[in-house]
Design a protein. Structure first.
Length: 253
């Protein structure tokens, strides 16, 4: 089974840095932080998509609000919180019940996604350094898959256009699993598929609710910095085993 040292993720693979971990001291470099709880190698990787591999969060920023306003509704200030935690179908149920929408759940989902489908097909890019990271992990024999709340057709459109689908052995979606990332189902299914040890299978995430779930299910967590999650940064960092500020360290591996 292949693996890549955890310290390589942040460019801190030096004897002095390793000594710090032995002494139970966090290591911080320009690229990230490794806490003593982190495993010393990575055999498997379960990647979130939006805000982790893809620089797509700006496209989601006000999607629900725009849809509701198109129907003459005034969105509540906390609507983005619900969108972050729920599947698309869950968000549609929330909007239908909260705002008294006449549209069916399917119609609401279609209406919301119509404002972003084109971005997955034509616009959204990888975060800087992602391809170098995926190349390094594949070269090391790390097993990789994607677990996302995004609809399969949108996820596939972006992954295929950006030519990174080839790095992953599977794509799991919350809709198909039947649970949002507030439940561990999608992570457990991904782990079963990868057949790698839980303790060395990292969940790469940027959202607090998903990080809470992965941490509670005893997965090591790789926190990916994302501006859209800045308000939760402290809480995310408290649960993470590694914080990755950027992927640029992989260009030197």
């Amino acid at each position: 089974m292949g693996s890549i040292p955890t310290l390589d993720f942040i460019g801190a693979n030096t004897p002095a840095a390793a000594d710090q971990l032995v002494e139970e001291t966090a290591i911080e470099t320009a690229h990230g932080i490794v806490w003593p709880s982190a495993p010393q190698c990575v055999h498997g990787a379960i990647f979130d998509l939006d805000g982790t591999l893809l620089d797509s969060m700006p496209w989601w920023d006000d999607l629900g609000e725009r849809y509701l306003r198109s129907l003459g509704k005034t969105p509540e200030p906390n609507i983005r919180y619900h969108f972050k935690r729920l599947t698309m179908e869950g968000s549609a149920h929330y909007m239908k019940e909260t705002y008294g929408l006449e549209q069916s759940i399917e119609e609401i989902c279609t209406g919301v996604m119509s404002g972003i489908e084109f971005a997955y097909r034509d616009c959204i890019q990888c975060k800087p350094g992602v391809i170098d990271m995926l190349e390094a992990m594949r070269a090391a024999g790390v097993a990789m898959c994607v677990a996302t709340a995004t609809r399969r057709d949108c996820a596939l459109a972006a992954l295929e256009r950006l030519d990174i689908l080839r790095y992953f052995s599977a794509l799991f979606t919350c809709t198909e699993v039947g649970a949002s990332k507030t439940e561990p189902d999608i992570f457990e299914l991904a782990l079963s598929h990868l057949s790698t040890p839980r303790e060395t299978t990292f969940v790469f995430e940027d959202s607090l609710h998903a990080i809470e779930t992965a941490h509670a299910a005893a997965f090591p967590v790789m926190l990916i910095d994302e501006p859209a999650s800045a308000s939760d940064a402290e809480a995310c960092q408290a649960l993470a085993d590694v914080r990755l500020k950027n992927f640029t360290a992989f260009s030197t591996l």
